[in-house]
Design a protein around this ligand. Structure first.
Ligand code: GLN
Length: 246
């Protein structure tokens, strides 16, 4: 019997599910179970009657088209204070692209400026062009550069918050600041999909370590895994950009 369990709440996988975001969930769960730690996942979908954050260790918000993102924004509005409290108390929350934008105060669904949940004081403007393609970041979180895929017209303004990383190749939050993503307490949000976590195992593990340390204050560290394949996938993408850095 595993002695430790991490419980993940997957919000609206029926609406927010672009670019293999489910692979992020698979990476989180597998990297726990490979270490003998139990991973359980509860989903809240359009058909769900309620949303409870009780006993949740990681909240997961993927990305979706503007229409779906708007539906999720409406459905989550009654829970915005509960989500904010969860974040302020150090709960781990992950937002990928559409999920990233929903955390802020506003974002654009086409030409309609739309309220976000306001969990973070960030907001997305809208640019004329979509930013589409592979992205490589350097980050304080990881030795290996982080790589992922972006596809968004949003131009995220994170103010004084800490970014996830610095853009080496690609566009990132807004195409001008050379910043990508945002980190706040145990909130981790980014425009990168792809999915992101299978090919960035250090990042996945640092998220898991935060969730485990929050739940089990005596938690020491994750045991190492053989990441040969994962790191080869990462290097393949990173090497495509060497020499093309910003
Ligand atoms: N809703 C935004 C869009 O359609 C973000 C999509 C995404 O999550 N990549 O561009």
């Amino acid at each position: 019997m595993p002695e430790q369990t991490i419980h993940i709440l997957h919000l609206f996988p029926d609406l927010l599910n672009l670019y293999g975001d489910k692979g992020n969930l698979a990476a989180l769960c597998k990297r726990l179970t490979w270490r003998g730690i139990e991973a359980t996942v509860t989903t809240v979908t359009q058909d769900s009657k309620e949303l409870s954050l009780d006993d949740v260790d990681i909240v997961f918000l993927g990305g979706g088209s503007d229409r779906e993102q708007m539906t999720v924004a409406e459905r989550l509005m009654p829970y915005k204070q509960a989500l904010k409290d969860y974040v302020e108390q150090g709960g781990v929350l992950l937002g990928f692209c559409g999920g990233f934008e929903l955390l802020g105060t506003s974002w654009w669904a086409g030409d309609i400026q739309t309220d976000g949940l306001g969990i973070l004081d960030i907001h997305a403007e809208r640019g004329e062009q979509r930013f589409i393609g592979d992205v490589v970041l350097s980050s304080d979180w990881t030795e290996q550069p982080i790589c992922g895929f972006e596809n968004h017209p949003g131009r995220m303004q994170i103010g004084d918050y800490q970014p996830l990383g610095k853009v080496i190749a690609g566009h990132g939050n807004d195409g001008v600041s050379a910043l990508e993503g945002v980190l706040y307490k145990n909130v981790f949000a980014t425009y990168l999909h792809g999915p992101l976590l299978p090919k960035n195992p250090e990042l996945c593990d640092s998220i898991l370590t935060r969730a485990l340390t929050k739940k089990y204050p005596d938690f020491a560290e994750l045991s190492p895994l053989d990441d040969t394949l994962e790191l080869a996938a990462n290097r393949f993408i990173v090497q495509n950009f060497s020499g093309n850095e910003k």
